[in-house]
Design a protein around this ligand. Structure first.
Ligand SMILES: [Zn+2]
Length: 86
């Protein structure tokens, strides 16, 4: 069971540059930019700080917008990887 405080701790570590995955691989929670599992996706520090601020101040629309941006990067990265293999 993953609690909000675990997520807040993960966010802080991530902002500090330590991308950590909560819980089991494939079941737990990735960092917002997925850099715990895909280090090449690591977001710049300014983006990490902004994301944390949006989360902690409950600016949900902006926060979700950033999540979508990170998700989009992750998906296009996967497509590139698949393209290289295929
Ligand atoms: Zn992960």
């Amino acid at each position: 069971m993953i609690e909000a405080k675990d997520y807040i701790e993960q966010l802080q570590l991530w902002v500090d540059g330590n991308s950590t995955h909560i819980g089991e691989v494939k079941k737990g929670i990735c960092c917002p930019d997925f850099s715990c599992c895909l280090p090449e996706l690591k977001a710049p520090k300014e983006e990490r700080e902004l994301f944390q601020e949006l989360y902690l101040t409950e600016q949900d629309v902006e926060y979700e917008g950033m999540l979508m941006m990170f998700l989009g990067r992750m998906l296009s990265n996967k497509i590139n990887v698949a393209g290289r293999i295929g």
